[in-house]
Design a protein around this ligand. Structure first.
Ligand SMILES: Nc1nc2c(c(=O)[nH]1)N[C@H]1C(S)=C(S)[C@@H](COP(=O)(O)OP(=O)(O)OC[C@H]3O[C@@H](n4cnc5c(N)ncnc54)[C@H](O)[C@@H]3O)O[C@H]1N2
Ligand code: MOO
Length: 401
């Protein structure tokens, strides 16, 4: 098994030969946030017919010539067309058709006079204004034409995209499949947050809730989570069960060098293929990676901040590779520290921080077991291996969460 890989080597090992899970067709109502696997073109024109943008009268512009409040033009009204209705015939010279907003316009009309500029008559109508040809007509296809590329493959569907697709009568879309994730948090010391009082020696399990929530936040909704005691046999059985239904298995805890660091026994019991153990980064150094029948198993350190940080750095690229959706991987930028970091960094280090307007304010506590100071953080600030203590003003690589 390889050990002490760089982050980049670890990513290559994990994702190098990972195939995307493919495509599924989802009803539009379930597709928010998902990524289109194909171009979507309009089947028809939008709007599908010339329509009125106003409540008023469909007319021929020539018939309105000279109309004003002082010199109204009076025309016979041949019918009223409501939104959803169809005019019974074309409009002829010297005629008016009463139309409501959204109604189909009759052939032969080339303008619509708003109701307020008329006497709103039903048999005949007095027009108080004249209009040029084309005034107040909403043309068929003026939003988009049949064949228009509405959304290219690779688009993440937000609410306007969902609206545009619905407007085009698209009710199901091909999207990249998202991996389902199994999560096993391990440790004899952890108890669920609803256990009261907290027994001596125990702590509340933060990892299950944190990672499940983070996956949901990223749009991974199929998450099955469980807790395991420090028994290699029990953990192996639980992993096997989770692997039946997931595409990626995450575990936390039990990967260091202690007597009860049981993943080192549980993974061989499961029959998982060992790939690497330990990545040259802090926090979360003892992370371990295995495969079971081709499925990735990423075993993160139990320390909550280490689990959270290595989830971002290592699990997200795996999610990107499995889904074929690049947004799962983190984006990087440069930022200037606004607060100091008083220690030197023998290994490449990732610090929690808040990035805004080019500056990074580091969290107040950096221990990998401390979670509270992660509140409000939106990035990991990277210090390279061998970095001295950092003064404010130093430029660092920032991984945006
Ligand atoms: N002799 C050595 N000891 C340790 C080393 C080492 O190199 N030599 N590495 C340290 C580092 S670095 C880390 S990181 C941890 C990793 O330990 P494990 O991944 O085996 O995790 P655990 O021992 O199970 O837990 C570590 C810590 O986190 C707490 N924890 C675990 N699970 C949860 C949870 N779900 N919610 C909240 N807190 C959790 C656990 O109680 C421990 O305090 O090893 C060091 N040791
Ligand atoms: O690698 Mo550990 O998370 O630093 O304590």
């Amino acid at each position: 098994m390889r050990t002490f890989l760089s982050l980049e080597e670890a990513l290559e090992e994990m994702t190098g030969d990972l195939q995307p899970l493919g495509v599924e067709v989802l009803p539009l109502g379930e597709a928010l946030g998902r990524t289109l696997a194909d171009d979507i073109r309009a089947h028809g024109d939008q709007p599908p017919f010339d329509r009125s943008p106003l409540d008023g009268y469909a007319l021929k512009a020539a018939d309105t010539s000279g109309a004003s409040p002082q010199t109204p033009v009076t025309l016979p009204v041949i019918e009223t067309v409501y939104a959803g209705g169809v005019p019974s015939r074309a409009l002829c010279h010297g005629e008016a058709m009463r139309v409501m907003t959204g109604a189909m316009l009759p052939r032969g009309c080339d303008c619509v006079l708003r109701l307020e500029d008329t006497d709103d008559g039903r048999e005949t109508v007095a027009l108080y204004a004249s209009l040029p040809s084309g005034a107040n007509v909403c043309r068929r296809g003026e939003d988009y034409r049949a064949g228009t590329l509405l959304l290219p493959a690779g688009t993440r569907l937000d609410s306007p995209s969902i609206g545009v697709l619905a407007s085009a009568g698209v009710f199901a879309v091909p999207v990249h499949r998202r991996p389902s994730v199994g999560l096993l948090v391990t440790g004899d010391e952890i108890v669920p947050p609803d256990r009261y009082p907290l027994p001596p020696g125990k702590i509340y399990d933060a990892n299950l809730s944190l990672l499940t929530a983070r996956l949901r936040e990223l749009g991974i909704l199929q998450v099955t989570a469980a807790r395991a005691q420090d028994s290699p046999q029990a953990a192996a059985a639980q992993m096997e069960e989770l692997l039946r239904q997931c595409d990626l298995l995450l575990t936390t805890g039990g990967v260091s060098v202690g007597d009860r660091d049981i993943l080192h026994q549980a993974l061989p019991l499961l029959g998982a293929e060992p790939v690497f153990w330990k990545v040259a980064l802090k926090p979360g150094t003892p992370v371990r990676f295995s495969r079971f029948r081709g499925k990735p198993i990423l075993s993160l350190s139990g320390n909550p901040f280490a689990a959270a940080a290595t989830f971002e750095l290592l699990a997200r690229p795996v999610l990107a590779a499995l889904s074929g959706e690049s947004h799962f991987a983190l984006t990087k930028t440069q930022g200037r520290l606004q607060t100091p970091f008083p220690k030197s960094s023998p290994v490449r280090r990732f610090l929690r921080g808040r990035y805004q307007q080019g500056g990074v304010i580091l969290g107040e506590q950096h221990s990998s077991g401390a979670l509270f100071s992660m509140l409000g953080c939106n990035c990991l600030a990277e210090l390279p291996a061998g970095a001295p203590p950092m003064e404010p003003g130093r430029s660092v690589t920032v991984w945006l969460l």
